[in-house]
Design a protein around this ligand. Structure first.
Ligand SMILES: [Zn+2]
Ligand SMILES: [Zn+2]
Length: 354
């Protein structure tokens, strides 16, 4: 590397290219910004790829997460260690890494029981409320970084921090067993990975999506039934596939009021609804239905550091094969977000930084 990492007055001697959000509901600006400075326990990572997620649209729109502006988002990054803080041990320059996003305290009751995403003294979420990977470099605490196995590409490994870990954690919370009927509502990146995990567990899988292109992809991943969300008899088809009773488990990857209502109608008595999609809406499920039909509603958010390590092993062994739809340079981030907003892509768009 030709650029010097020697510090002068605590700052790097060069700047980096990044996508910066200056105001809510405006396009990202691609500009030169300072390289993140390192504390003694931090690592500087040179970003190779960074996936795009619906949460990036929420950040741009000022919904759900509101970071301090200006903000550099990007929460599915992967890269190579460029520099380490003075107290860092066990991570070396040149190593391929991916981050766990939650900048946890490491001390609260949630951290001590492996519920990292619930930390009660969270210092931020990398790329969501803290600076992220739509930049040539990103900073992470050393203990948040996991080594990326040689077999796993940067673009697939980067998806571990959001799409893949969210799917694996939700799958585990759902307690799905072999031969159970599982419905995946929404066939974006997370939905497609859920299908792969559910098939590996021997579940009978139905996918319901508004995207016809995604329905073809999930059939290849082993979904027995792939239905358009707007089909008039979609609930009846799911019920009859589930032995006339419906699904043991419904993964709600959309998160709007209408799809929550659909999920409840597809679930059999005693069924589980795992809520993954996050939208600022109130679900249209009446309490009579929840009580009398003994429905279980299970929230699921991202996952733990252990989940992330397990995801990397599942990627290396080929159980999880993340759907990469497009690769675009950082300069085309706004175009990529527009594609996602229109629902025009099946699978993940990845920004290629190196
Ligand atoms: Zn995400
Ligand atoms: Zn904590």
């Amino acid at each position: 590397m030709s650029r010097s990492f020697a510090k002068s007055s605590g700052r790097w001697e060069f700047e980096m290219k990044a996508a910066v959000l200056h105001a809510i509901r405006t396009p990202f600006r691609i500009e030169e910004v300072p390289v993140p400075t390192l504390g003694p326990d931090d690592v500087l990572v040179e970003t190779h790829t960074c996936g795009i997620c619906r949460t990036d649209l929420h950040i741009q729109d000022g919904l759900a997460y509101v970071p301090r502006l200006p903000h550099v988002p990007g929460h599915e990054p992967a890269g190579v260690v460029a520099a380490v803080g003075e107290r860092v041990e066990g991570i070396r320059v040149g190593q391929r890494v991916v981050p766990h996003l939650f900048l946890t305290c490491g001390r609260c009751s949630y951290c001590r029981t492996g519920q990292d995403a619930q930390c009660s003294d969270l210092g931020g979420v990398l790329g969501v409320t803290a600076p992220g990977g739509f930049a040539a470099f990103f900073r992470s605490p050393a203990r948040n970084l996991l080594p990326l196995p040689d077999k796993v590409s940067f673009e697939a490994g980067g998806l571990v921090s959001c799409a893949v870990i969210t799917a694996l954690h939700a799958f585990r919370r759902a307690r799905v067993t072999a031969n159970e009927v599982a419905v995946v509502l929404g066939a974006g990146g997370i939905g497609q990975i859920l299908v792969q995990l559910l098939r590996s567990a021997g579940a009978r899988v139905v996918v319901v999506s508004r995207s016809v292109a995604s329905l073809d992809a999930v059939r290849q991943d082993g979904a027995a039934l792939a239905l358009a969300l707007n089909a008039p008899d979609v609930i009846e088809q799911v019920r009859s596939f589930g032995d006339g009773e419906g699904a043991h488990c419904v993964f709600e990857c959309v998160g709007v009021a209408a799809t929550m209502k659909t999920a409840a109608r597809m679930a059999r008595c005693g069924g589980r609804i795992v809520v993954i999609g996050e939208e600022p809406e109130f679900p249209a499920i009446d309490t009579i239905q929840i009580a009398q039909r003994e429905l279980e509603i299970i929230g699921s958010r991202n996952g733990s550091v252990q989940d992330a390590a397990d995801c990397l092993a599942l990627l290396a062994s080929g159980v999880i094969r993340p759907p990469i739809a497009r690769r675009l340079p950082l300069e085309e981030l706004n175009d990529a977000l527009a594609l996602m907003r229109r629902g025009a892509v099946s699978g993940r768009i990845v920004i290629q930084l190196k």
